[in-house]
Write a protein that binds this ligand. Structure first.
Ligand code: ADP
Ligand code: MG
Length: 397
C-alpha cells in the first residue's frame, strides 16, 4: 500500500525526522491560507500523486511547455497561481505511464536552501534477507541515470535485525554520503529514526530522494516515498486510513474487496483461474498459441458462487478483453459452484466476447451439465491444450 509524500512526512516527523513545515490542500481556494502558515519567502508547491519523477513531469492540459509537478514560488501570489494551474490537471511523469495521474491534492511546503542532494532508501534486501540502506551522494531527480551509468556510486548497507544499526553501519553511511560536522551528527540521529519507522510500521520501501544538506549544514528529508507491506496492514489501523483509493486501479480495489488476486496485463485474453501455478500454466499456454493474457484473476481455493461472479465481472470490465478463458481445477472448490458463478455473472452482465471454460476435478460432470443447460454461448473445453486453442481461435475468428 502506498501513501502520499505529505502523509509519509507527517509519519516520519512523529518519529523525530527533520522535515519542512507544510500544509496539504485539496482545492486552490485553500492555497493562500496554507502559504500564510509558512515562514516564506520561498515556497514549494508539490503535486501529490502516487508516482515519482514529479519535478520533471508535465501536465497534459498545459501542453509541451508545461512546467513540472514540483514548483518553487517566491510569493504567496505565485503559490496561488501554481495551485490553480496544477490542481485537477493530469501530471505525466516517467512513472505514471502516458495516461498520467490527475492531481487532486497539493502539498505547500517551506522552501529549503539546498547545498547538496543525497539519495537514501531502506528496503528489504531479499538476497541477504535483511533490511538494507541504499545510499548515494548523487541524489535528486536523476537517480535512475546514476543507477544505469555509474552504479558504483550507489552503496548498500544491510542491517542485522538482531542488533539494529551499529556504529559501524552509521560510519559507513555517513562516510559514503560525505557527511561532516553538523550534517554528520544529524545523520547519526536520523538513520536510526528512519530504520525504526521502517521496521515498526512494516514498510516495504522508504525512499528519501533527495535527503538534503542545507546551506546551514543541517540535514532535511525533502521528499519521501513510502510503501507498506499490505500483508501487515491488519495491525496498523491508523496507517490503513491513509489509503487513497483514487490513486489505485478500480478493478484492483474491487478485487481486493473480494480477496481475489487480480493482475492486469497487456494482452487481450482474460483469465479466471485458481492458484498461482495454474495461472502461470494458463498464461504460458496462451502465449504458446500466439496470444497474450489481458489479466488473470485468481479466485483461490474455496470461493463461493458470489466470489466467482465478482471475478467474472472484474475480468469483463476490462475493455481490452476480447475473449475469456476460465480454467479451474476443482479440488476444495467444486466445479458445479464455479459453473453456477459463471452462469450467474453472465446472466447479470451479459457476454459480449467468446468464453471458453475448462473445468476439471470435483463434480466436473455436474459443472459441465450446468454450463450446457444454461443456454448461454459458452464453449466447453476438455483439457488445457484444447481450451487454449479454442479461445485463441475464437478471438481470431
Ligand atoms: P520528485 O522526486 O517526484 O521529482 P521531489 O520532492 O524530489 O519530487 O522534488 C523534486 C526536486 O524539487 C528536488 O530534487 C528538489 O531539488 C526540489 N525541491 C523539492 N522540495 C523542495 C523544497 N521544500 N525546497 C526546495 N526545493 C525543493
Ligand atoms: Mg524525489
Amino acid at each position: 500500500m502506498n501513501i502520499h509524500e505529505y502523509q509519509a512526512k507527517a509519519l516520519l516527523k512523529k518519529y523525530g525526522a527533520p522535515v519542512a513545515e507544510g500544509v496539504p490542500i485539496f482545492s486552490a481556494d485553500e492555497a493562500e491560507a496554507a502559504a500564510k502558515q509558512l515562514p516564506g519567502p520561498l515556497y514549494v508547491v508539490k503535486s501529490q500523486i502516487h508516482a515519482g519523477g514529479r519535478g520533471k513531469g508535465k501536465f497534459t492540459e498545459l501542453g509541451p511547455d508545461s512546467k513540472g509537478g514540483v514548483r518553487l514560488a517566491k510569493s504567496i501570489e505565485e503559490v496561488v497561481s501554481h495551485a490553480k494551474e496544477m490542481l485537477g490537471n493530469t501530471l505525466v511523469t516517467k512513472q505514471t505511464g502516458d495516461a498520467g495521474k490527475q492531481v487532486n491534492r497539493l502539498y505547500i511546503e517551506d522552501g529549503a536552501d539546498i547545498d547538496r542532494e543525497l539519495y537514501l532508501s531502506i528496503l528489504i534486501d531479499r538476497t541477504v534477507g535483511r533490511p538494507a540502506f541504499v545510499v548515494s551522494t548523487e541524489g535528486g531527480m536523476d537517480i535512475e541515470a546514476v543507477a544505469h551509468d555509474t552504479p558504483e556510486k550507489i552503496i548498500t548497507v544491510a542491517v542485522d535485525p538482531e542488533t539494529g544499526l551499529t556504529q559501524s553501519d552509521l560510519d559507513t553511511l555517513t562516510s559514503t554520503l560525505k557527511l561532516e560536522g553538523e550534517a554528520k551528527a544529524d545523520g547519526e540521529k536520523l538513520f536510526p529514526i528512519l530504520y525504526k519507522a521502517f521496521v515498526e510500521t512494516d514498510m516495504a520501501l522508504l525512499e528519501v530522494n533527495p535527503l538534503i544538506v542545507m546551506t546551514d549544514g543541517h540535514l532535511r528529508v525533502l521528499d519521501a516515498k513510502v510503501s507498506f507491506d499490505g500483508n501487515a496492514m491488519f495491525r496498523h489501523d491508523d496507517i490503513k486510513e491513509l489509503r487513497d483509493e483514487t490513486e489505485e486501479d478500480a478493478k484492483e480495489i474491487e478485487a481486493s474487496k473480494w480477496d481475489l488476486a487480480y493482475v492486469a496485463l497487456d494482452g487481450n485474453i482474460g483469465c479466471m483461474v485458481n492458484g498461482a501455478g495454474l495461472a502461470m500454466a494458463t498464461m504460458d499456454i496462451i502465449k504458446l498459441y500466439g496470444k497474450e493474457p489481458a489479466n488473470f484473476c485468481d479466485v483461490g481455493g474455496g470461493a463461493g458462487k458470489e466470489k466467482v461472479a465478482a471475478a467474472f465481472k472484474i475480468i469483463t470490465a476490462d475493455p481490452k478483453v476480447e475473449g475469456i478463458l476460465v480454467n479451474i481445477f476443482g479440488g476444495i472448490m467444486k466445479c458445479d459452484v464455479i459453473a453456477e458463478g459463471v452462469v450467474a455473472a453472465v446472466q447479470e452482465v451479459g457476454l459480449k466476447v467468446p468464453l471458453v471454460v475448462r473445468l476439471e476435478g470435483t463434480n466436473v460432470d455436474l459443472g459441465k451439465k450446468i454450463l450446457n443447460e444454461s443456454g448461454l454461448a459458452i464453449t466447453a473445453a476438455d483439457d488445457l491444450d484444447d481450451a487454449a486453442k479454442k479461445i485463441v481461435a475464437a478471438i481470431q475468428a
